[in-house]
Design a protein around this ligand. Structure first.
Ligand code: ADP
Ligand code: MG
Length: 286
């Protein structure tokens, strides 16, 4: 019967590591026209590592690193964790820091203002820094600028490894004609490099946390039934707006709570399995 086919699909999938908050969601998964993915922690492992550090010759590198550490200590972003793992603070600088969520951090020290964060929010940038940013971003790295009183005096590049099942997952949906999108707060260049590696159709970059949900609204209008896969606190509104919200199991509690499906062990291959089971379930049901 319909009911027992549905129940057995839901419980079979649970055994295989996909939790569904109701069989209706599982059933709807087979109907999607588009699927959007967050980048950091969803298509990538969300454990970036510092790969490149560059400072202008004129600055005292040790002092600058102490300042960067003082700023990053006020953030719980994965980029901050990576930067703090990389450097040892020699001096604990007492700096009053403002965390500009989605952009970076700012603080005052010895009469100067220091800022670390997203390249697009800096204006006084030399040709050399612009070139290094482009080079590293085109390799898929995330670049953060460091500025003293508005002038960029250093940059740090960080690399996050794509989830080992990300490429196969994207391939699967594309073969079925389902539109794939990467949504990220990271730069256009970094987003495009990652999307290219994975074969993703569309990139929406430089997205502020509060705008992710609007992007999903637009995807629904453009493509039809839309799923969203994410892990972060800032993905929660988009996961709710999507027709089906899908959380990475190791993601934040909020993402898991608001989602309709949860991928245990944050294993993206389970999303493919769930889609296959959903398609089969609908064939039995009709
Ligand atoms: P994502 O969607 O990739 O998780 P976020 O919206 O959290 O991105 O951040 C967007 C950008 O803001 C980052 O790519 C980075 O350039 C900058 N940024 C955010 N937090 C920090 C931080 N703690 N240190 C430096 N830069 C940061
Ligand atoms: Mg994320």
């Amino acid at each position: 019967s319909t009911v027992s086919a549905t129940l057995s699909a839901t419980s079979n999938l649970a055994k295989r590591g996909v939790l569904s908050k109701g069989s209706a969601y599982l059933s709807q998964l087979a109907e999607i026209d588009a699927i959007a993915f967050d980048k950091t922690g969803t298509l990538t492992y969300g454990k970036p590592e510092v790969t490149n550090v560059h400072f202008s010759d004129a600055v005292n590198k040790e002092n600058m690193i102490d300042i960067v550490i003082a700023l990053e200590k006020e953030s719980n972003h994965p980029l901050a964790d990576a930067i703090l793992r990389k450097f040892d603070a020699k001096n604990k600088l007492p700096i009053e820091v403002t965390n500009q969520i989605g952009k970076g951090l700012v603080g005052e020290h010895d009469g100067s203002q220091y800022r670390v964060g997203k390249p697009t929010s800096f204006e006084d940038v030399s040709a050399e820094y612009t070139r290094l940013n482009a080079k590293w971003a085109s390799e898929g790295k995330t670049v953060v600028y460091i500025a003293e009183n508005e002038t960029v005096i250093g940059l740090i590049a960080l690399m996050d490894v794509p989830n080992k099942n990300a490429k196969a997952t994207i391939d699967y949906f594309k073969k079925l004609g389902i539109h794939t999108t990467l949504i990220t707060g990271d730069s256009e260049m970094t987003g495009k490099a990652v999307a290219e590696q994975l074969g993703i159709d569309e990139v929406v970059a430089n997205v502020m946390p509060e705008d992710k949900s609007n992007i999903i609204e637009q995807q629904k209008e453009k493509y039809g039934v839309t799923a969203m896969v994410g892990d972060g606190v800032n993905d929660a509104p988009a996961l709710v707006t999507a027709d089906i919200g899908i959380a990475m199991g190791d993601g934040t509690d909020v993402a898991v709570e608001v989602s309709d499906l949860v991928l245990m062990q944050s294993d993206l291959s389970k999303l493919v399995e769930a889609h296959k089971v959903s398609s089969k379930m609908n064939r039995v049901t009709w």
